[in-house]
Design a protein around this ligand. Structure first.
Ligand code: SF4
Length: 384
């Protein structure tokens, strides 16, 4: 601790460190100063202390499987390497039977969660999505279904001619347990125009999550960084997430997604480096003081870098995943999945104690399959 205090003093961050230790909230300008500090290890140590205050020595992982039901999409976000048009030869859409078969196969690996997203399909009816949820619950009712990004929910609302709230209610009734956090990208409108023209606005993204949280649902939130945005844009993005979290408390965790530069039209010569990834995780831990968990997304960072980030503010390594398309189609060189043993080993080597979590970041290490947890209740929960 002596060494750390000396390092913090030497880096000029002593006052800020003391304020954070006193539980005071980081302001935007202060966070910008921290982002720019040349002393990454001091920043990491400050974030590590903040994390240990919240989560102790433990770090989590989840046994999950990704399913992309289709990559056909009516939008053409510039950064996206995943979407296809009907004329493309490598487009796909899965039948319910195909998804059920993937779910059954993954259940043999002990998964507790299916994480399901797709493009905005041009012609599938709303019943495809409700049947998907019901059909996957029929495979195993205890499987937690974490599905759809905010823009998919807006698409489904349009498709079903319902309000966002009624759409979410319908999906919840069919088995939706959690929304995914994907699609937040960077909220700043000018950046959004460059990377994802036509996608929902920041306000729409936040409204979908707000509405879901007010129905008693929980979700994660994300930030796609390392493309054309500035540090200020990143912090403004985190500020908006922090404000919604103040209002609803419904985000279980934050996932920082490092941009993958291949097979799309955005000319990014310098995608996120290891330094940037660690710096961003640390900043997120310090800035998002009201979000309990920071996930290091190994698919984008690589497991080795995700492991290191467990000492820079992260407390979760995400999941086993099994089959990932979105980041790999954009050039990610990581494997398609991880084993439980590999994740536990990575966590232990980082000096943390591993535990298996569910969709809501609750410990399910010792649980039976029929007791995999429900969303934690919050004072802000509205009557159903
Ligand atoms: Fe479609 Fe999502 Fe890709 Fe945008 S990011 S083109 S909405 S699949």
């Amino acid at each position: 601790m002596m060494d750390l205090n000396w390092m913090i003093e030497k880096s000029g961050l002593k006052n800020l460190h003391e304020r954070i230790q006193d539980g005071q909230r980081l302001q935007l300008e202060e966070a910008l100063d921290l982002y720019k500090t040349p002393d990454l290890n001091v920043l990491g140590a400050m974030a590590n202390l903040a994390n240990q205050k919240k989560n102790g020595k433990r770090a989590s992982y989840i046994l999950n499987r990704y399913i992309n039901y289709s990559n056909y999409c009516i939008l053409s976000c510039q950064f996206c390497s995943f979407s296809r048009k009907k004329r493309d030869s490598d487009g796909f859409e899965l039948s319910l039977e195909q998804m059920q078969s993937k779910a059954r196969e993954a259940l043999t690996l002990g998964i507790t969660e299916l994480h399901i997203v797709g493009g905005l399909h041009p012609s599938l009816p709303f019943s495809y999505y409700t049947d998907m949820l019901k059909g996957l619950k029929e495979v195993d009712n205890s499987l937690q279904l974490k599905c759809f990004t905010a823009v998919e929910i807006l698409h489904l609302a349009w498709l079903s001619r319902q309000s966002v709230e009624d759409t979410l209610r319908s999906l919840k009734d069919c088995g939706l347990d959690s929304l995914t956090g994907g699609g937040a990208e960077i909220f700043q409108p000018e950046v959004r125009k460059v990377i994802a023209t036509g996608k929902e606005s920041a306000a729409e993204y936040l409204d979908v999550h707000r509405c879901w949280h007010k129905l008693g649902g929980r979700s994660t939130c994300t930030m796609l960084y390392g493309h054309v945005e500035s540090m200020k844009d990143r912090l403004d993005h985190l500020r908006q997430l922090r404000e919604l979290q103040d209002e609803t408390g419904g985000f279980c965790g934050f996932v920082a997604l490092p941009y993958q530069p291949e097979n799309n039209v955005i000319p990014v010569k310098h995608p996120p480096t290891g330094n940037d990834m660690l710096r961003t995780i640390a900043l997120a831990r310090l800035f998002l003081d009201n979000v309990d968990h920071i996930t290091a997304y190994w698919v984008g960072m690589g497991l080795k870098m995700a492991q290191v980030s467990l000492n820079y503010g992260a407390d979760d390594l995400h999941g086993t995943i099994v089959e990932e398309h979105i980041f790999h189609m954009a050039g990610a060189g990581t494997p398609q999945g991880q084993t439980q043993a590999a994740m536990c080993k990575a966590i232990r080597e980082a000096g943390r104690e591993p535990f298996q979590r569910n969709t809501f970041y609750q410990d399910v290490s010792g649980d039976t399959k029929s007791n995999q947890g429900s969303p934690p209740a919050l004072a802000t929960d509205q009557p159903q």
